[in-house]
Design a protein around this ligand. Structure first.
Ligand code: ATP
Length: 345
């Protein structure tokens, strides 16, 4: 397992500190059939589920971290504890030097939170009225409120939506209004849990652009959970991968790509494929994945064989018209790491 969590970065490494964090949920056991379920209503039998299992990391000011993992791995539970919504079973959290659960309001003033499946806005009042309520709640001075409102209305393209109640907005419009709401009080840290879920590519792009700008221009710290790896790749320099409530990888995104990307793919367009219907002679670390009369696709292990060597072998037998080399994307890499981790449990 690779970790940078406890290394000192050259940023303020103390903004978020998570130490040996555990969250257990107590829930009623599934009784299996209706008769047992009815009996269980009177004599409930409980089981304990460890959703977060001894997680530690440190996040510095201005970092943008992708917090990823399969369904049910404990991402939202972690985010809720960081926000102070849930209390840890064991372990500790310090955000800007305070314990979020103990000083909820003080913590709330410095953070912004967006849960993709839950709205921050009031359902039946115009969006601008929800924003005005936030202004009062977070005690945002009028000048700053106006400045931020103008800025985020422009960035998120929500000018025409401000007078409309949330219930009349589309999913993408709602999410853009929610993202703007999360930024109105100049939060130092923003937690985004599935911020682009169910959105079209244009809405996704404007949300990513807003996050990227806030991270670059304001040095806002971001923790983003998403199953959309384009979110993670475009926004985050660091990735924390969790599986079954434990940290499996905590590292720089580019390093993860290099370390776990041993397999590459090389595609040749050729005048005539010499191995078509005949099979390819064995070459260590190379396997053929697709072959047509005028093209050959091979996958190879970069630690066993070089692309140059493969090109030399192919060019001895036919004329190469074009060649393209590609690595696996981060999503495929993460899938592989999780598969291996599941086997090792
Ligand atoms: N309130 C709760 N009571 C009991 N169990 C819960 C509760 N909330 C979550 N869980 C369980 O805790 C585990 C972790 O859930 P969590 O929502 O943190 O996962 P996640 O990684 O965010 O998943 P997803 O990607 O599906 O959103 C799951 O097994 C879930 O069923």
């Amino acid at each position: 397992m690779s970790r940078i969590a406890d290394q000192n970065t050259n940023q303020d490494s103390n903004q978020i500190q998570v130490r040996h964090l555990v969250k257990e949920y107590k829930r009623k056991k599934n009784k299996g059939n209706v008769r047992k379920a009815l009996a269980g209503m009177f004599r409930p039998d409980y089981e304990v589920l460890r959703a977060v299992d001894n997680i530690s990391f440190t996040i510095g000011r201005g970092e943008a971290v992708g917090y990823v993992g399969p369904n049910g791995s404990g991402k939202s539970t972690t985010i809720k504890m960081l926000c102070g919504i849930l209390t840890p079973t064991e372990g500790g959290i310090l955000v800007n030097g305070i314990v979020p659960q103990q000083e909820r309001m003080k913590n709330n003033k410095k953070i912004g939170v967006v849960f993709g499946n839950r709205s921050l806005l009031w359902w039946d009042v115009p969006v601008i009225e929800s924003y005005r309520l936030f202004q009062r709640l977070y005690e945002i001075p009028p000048n700053r409120f106006k400045e931020n409102l103008d800025r985020f209305t422009e960035i998120m393209g929500i000018g025409p939506l401000l007078g409309i109640p949330e219930r009349q907005l589309s999913l993408g419009q709602k999410m853009r209004c929610n993202i703007a709401a999360a930024f109105l009080h100049n939060p130092e840290i923003v937690y985004l849990d599935e911020p682009t879920i169910g959105l079209d590519s244009e809405s996704k792009a404007s949300i990513r652009e807003c996050i990227r700008r806030m991270n670059e221009e304001e040095k806002t710290t971001f923790i983003v959970t998403s199953h959309d790896f384009q979110d993670i790749e475009t926004l985050c320099r660091r990735i924390i991968l969790i599986n079954h409530g434990r940290v499996v990888v905590d590292d720089d995104m580019q390093k993860v790509k290099l370390d776990f990307n041993r397999e590459k793919r090389i595609q040749f367009e050729v005048d005539s494929n010499p191995w078509y219907h005949k099979g390819m002679p064995s070459m260590e670390g190379v396997r053929i994945t697709d072959e047509k009369p005028h093209s050959i696709t091979l996958e190879y292990d970069v630690e066993k064989v070089s692309s140059i060597h493969i090109m030399q072998q192919v060019s001895k037998l036919c004329e190469i018209k074009d060649v393209a080399i590609s690595g696996r994307d981060i999503e495929a890499i993460i899938r592989d790491i999780i598969r291996k981790d599941n086997h090792s449990i």
